[in-house]
Design a protein around this ligand. Structure first.
Ligand SMILES: Nc1ncnc2c1ncn2[C@@H]1O[C@H](COP(=O)(O)OP(=O)(O)O)[C@@H](O)[C@H]1O
Ligand SMILES: [Mg+2]
Length: 267
């Protein structure tokens, strides 16, 4: 495909609202969520600048997935405010996508067709082909485009799920323990991949993880939730990409673990 043809496809895609106006900032104020008497989120204030990578950690059941669901518009807050802002500070409806722990692929669709699902209906076939091929090569699966999901490894399936989320060029990407089901080595290579696509594509990322080492490896900032509140908001001021085993990061991991475990003496 010529550069001019690609340019034309991109402008068509923009016209369809497929390409992002850019990463969105997220402003959360006084956010509360109750299920009956269960007060899950008890006043969350969080300002996430456009393009930042934030990790959210905390004990099981502390409300991490609930927070992501509200961010994605999949659930309504009980109280408080959530807004997304475009680059100029104006309120905007972002293109926000989510990746879960399970890839949730359609088994009777090829890899490429599973990714194309992320573009939705009504997109011209040539745009679908170009965007799908581009994102599959971004996640290093170009050669698997015509394969069935059942023929892929767990890590490859999760990369297809990531490609499906990225193909519409989201301004916000939410990730709910996306690497939680993978073995340790696959996890590490997926962390490298996630870090690279985030740096290349520039979306705002909100990653829920159980893994403090993953959080400090990937995030600019790690937020610890406990009993529905933010108990620690820790900057990770280290350049990307980061090396595993960096002692400064290990120090931050210690502080985070202490906050999660509620141990005031440690850290
Ligand atoms: N749809 C729901 N209805 C009732 N309770 C829910 C619902 N979703 C989550 N909860 C409750 O909210 C709390 C937080 O859940 P969740 O956000 O999934 O925690 P986490 O992701 O941190 O493990 C739990 O006590 C859970 O039982
Ligand atoms: Mg959860």
């Amino acid at each position: 495909m010529t550069a001019a043809a690609l340019e034309r496809l991109h402008s068509e895609a923009s016209g369809l609202g497929l390409l992002p106006a850019g990463a969105a900032a997220i402003r959360i104020k006084g956010l509360e969520k109750s299920f009956g008497n269960n007060r899950v989120l008890r006043g969350i204030d969080l300002d996430i600048p456009a393009g930042q990578f934030v990790a959210v950690i905390g004990k099981s059941g502390c409300g991490k997935s609930t927070l992501l669901r509200i961010l994605m518009g999949l659930d309504e807050p009980t109280a408080g405010n959530l807004r997304f802002e475009a680059g100029n500070g104006a309120e905007s409806a972002p293109n926000a996508r989510i990746v879960f722990q399970e890839p949730r692929l359609l088994p009777w669709f090829s890899v490429a067709d599973n990714v194309a699902v992320g573009l939705g209906e009504g997109v011209p076939q040539d745009v679908v082909r170009a965007e799908t091929a581009a994102v599959l090569s971004e996640v290093q699966l170009a050669e698997k485009a015509d394969e069935w999901p059942s023929r892929l490894s767990g890590g490859q399936r999760q990369r297809v799920a990531l490609a499906r989320a990225l193909v519409s060029k989201p301004g916000v990407l939410a990730l709910d323990e996306p690497l939680g089901a993978l073995d340790a080595l696959t996890r590490i290579s997926m962390q490298e991949l996630l870090n690279r696509v985030w740096r290349e594509l520039g979306f705002t990322a909100v990653l829920v993880t159980h893994d403090v080492s993953e959080a400090v490896h990937l995030a600019d900032r790690v937020v610890v939730l406990d009993e529905g509140r933010i108990v620690l908001d820790l900057a990770v001021p280290h350049p990307h990409p980061r090396r595993h085993g960096n002692p400064a990061l290990a120090e931050l991991e210690g502080q985070l673990l202490a906050a999660i475990l509620g141990d005031a003496r440690a850290g």
